[in-house]
Design a protein around this ligand. Structure first.
Ligand code: MG
Length: 168
């Protein structure tokens, strides 16, 4: 896999809960059992300090459809572990995406193989790349809310270029 193909997700949906049940069923048939989840702007607003109804809705949706969930967040350990605890989910905090070590740590924590995982996130240069480079199925969702911290916002124009070229 070259660096450019690593930026292209297997699929894109507006929001996590927009992934149709039938699609989740297909993923399960392909052997995918675990959803590795980005937190900020994937299942909650950016920089949230406590889980919202939407994050619970996302997790319920995945669990009801037979997936185990694990947070894989680049957020500081203090915030990310607190959120994971409140969501009652295992987590890898400070995951250093697009590096793959955080993803691989989650894979081993969940006791599955990497190709039994789907990485779901809102950013090309962190979530999608880490998931693809590790060997997961990758789903990109559009950012949940427009507001985001500056060091994420500055990457969006570059993301736009990649998305234009690769058409996703
Ligand atoms: Mg995010």
């Amino acid at each position: 896999m070259n660096i450019f193909t690593a930026m292209v997700p297997n699929e894109v949906w507006p929001k996590l809960v927009d992934i149709p049940r039938e699609r989740l069923e297909e993923l399960k048939k392909k052997g995918i059992k675990v959803a590795l989840l980005d937190y900020d702007n994937t299942i909650d607003i950016d920089r949230s300090t406590a889980p919202s109804d939407y994050s619970l809705e996302c997790i319920n949706y995945l669990e009801m459809n037979g997936f185990k969930c694990c947070l894989v967040s680049n957020a500081k350990s203090s915030r990310s572990s607190k959120i994971a605890k409140e969501l009652n989910l295992p987590s890898v905090n400070c995951a250093h995406k697009p590096r793959t070590d955080g993803v691989m740590k989650a894979v081993s924590m969940m006791n599955v193989k990497v190709d039994e995982c789907v990485m779901i996130g809102d950013q090309v240069f962190t979530d999608v790349m880490a998931g693809n480079l590790a060997g997961c199925h990758t789903i990109m969702v559009e950012k949940y809310q427009p507001k985001e911290i500056w060091y994420v916002a500055i990457k969006r124009p570059f993301e736009k270029v990649v998305r234009m070229i690769a058409r996703f």
